[in-house]
Every structure is written in C-alpha cells, then in structure tokens.
Design a protein around this ligand. Structure first.
Ligand code: HEC
Length: 147
C-alpha cells in the first residue's frame, strides 16, 4: 500500500514536471511571414486606422464591418487588398458569403510604407498566414491606381 503511494507520487511529480516544461512560452522575434519590424509597425497603424471598424482581433462587427480573418481578400491577391486600403471599399458585394452595411473610407493618406506594414501585420495576424506586403508592391499599385 505504502509502496504504491510512493509510485503514484513519483509518477505525478514526473508528470507535473513534464507538463510545466511543455508550457514554457516559446519566444520568437521573427515571423515566417514578415519581418518583426514591419509587423510591429503595422500593428501601430492598424490600431490607429483600422481597429475601430475591424476590431482588435480582426473579427469585425457582424453585418456592419467584415472580419479580416482568412477572408479571400486578406489571403488573396496583394494588388486587390492594397487597392481596398487606397480606395476604400463601398461595393455592395458579398465577402465570403456575407454582406456588410458599412462603407470603408479610402485610407490613401497613409504612406506606402504604412500600407505595406499594416497589410503585412493583417496577413500574419488573427490566424492568417500569408506573405508580407512589400513597399515596392504598394508603390506600384499606387502609381497605376485609377479611381
Ligand atoms: C470606417 C470603418 C472602416 C475602417 C476605418 C477600415 N475599414 Fe476595412 N472595411 C470596412 C467595411 C465596411 C468593409 C466592407 C465594405 C463593403 O462590403 O462594401 C471593409 C473591407 C475591408 C477589406 C476587404 C474585405 C475583407 O474583410 O477581407 C479589407 C482587407 C479591409 N477592409 C482592411 C482594412 C484595413 C487594413 C484598414 C486600416 C488601414 C481598414 N480596413 C479600415 C470598414 C472599415
């Protein structure tokens, strides 16, 4: 009886040790999808210019503002998403099967670098895993951008 108690205690402490070792947070300064500087600058831009509508977790507001979580826009063609930011979005189209009553005003006052950073942040946050948006890509879209 006493012996089995000792065995159980040993087993439990080994288990606790194992679990606590597993729960250690993994520190990462670099993301596979974009440089950490671009992502952290993008978060600042997001907080100032996008969060009020698309929310801190990118979840949007049902029926009003669409989510930025794995939508075909966010994960799709970079030119299209850059144009959404430059020109705003007020076409009454369905976004992945849902429609939203609000309109997105143009964010063309943002600098090219800010747009690259905010989209890099969005594409690598909220469960999204898509490649970074580069400064040159925003420049190219802006110079060809016809309203
Ligand atoms: C005033 C509210 C508002 C602000 C601010 C705003 N958006 Fe939007 N956004 C919307 C709405 C509303 C739509 C959808 C419009 C429609 O359906 O006609 C949208 C659509 C989008 C889409 C395409 C659809 C999707 O869900 O994938 C993206 C991407 C996007 N916004 C990103 C951004 C980013 C990045 C910023 C900040 C630079 C931003 N938005 C700022 C309201 C806003």
């Amino acid at each position: 009886m006493k012996r089995s108690l000792i065995v159980i205690t040993c087993f439990l402490s080994a288990l606790t040790f194992h679990l606590s070792a597993q729960n250690k947070p993994i520190k990462s300064t670099k993301s596979a999808t974009g440089s950490s500087a671009s992502i952290s600058n993008g978060k600042v831009v997001y907080t100032q210019h996008c969060l009020s509508c698309h929310m801190a977790d990118g979840g949007g507001v049902p029926n009003m503002n669409p989510p930025l979580v794995k939508t075909s826009y966010v994960l799709g063609d970079k030119k299209r998403i850059i144009k959404v930011v430059l020109n705003g979005f007020a076409q009454n189209v369905d976004i992945d099967g849902e429609s939203y009553s609000n309109n997105m005003p143009p964010q063309n006052f943002l600098k090219d670098q800010e747009i690259a950073d905010v989209l890099t942040y969005v594409r690598s946050s909220f469960g999204n895993k898509a490649t970074a948006v580069k400064l040159a890509e925003v420049k190219a879209v802006r110079s060809n951008n016809k309203k």
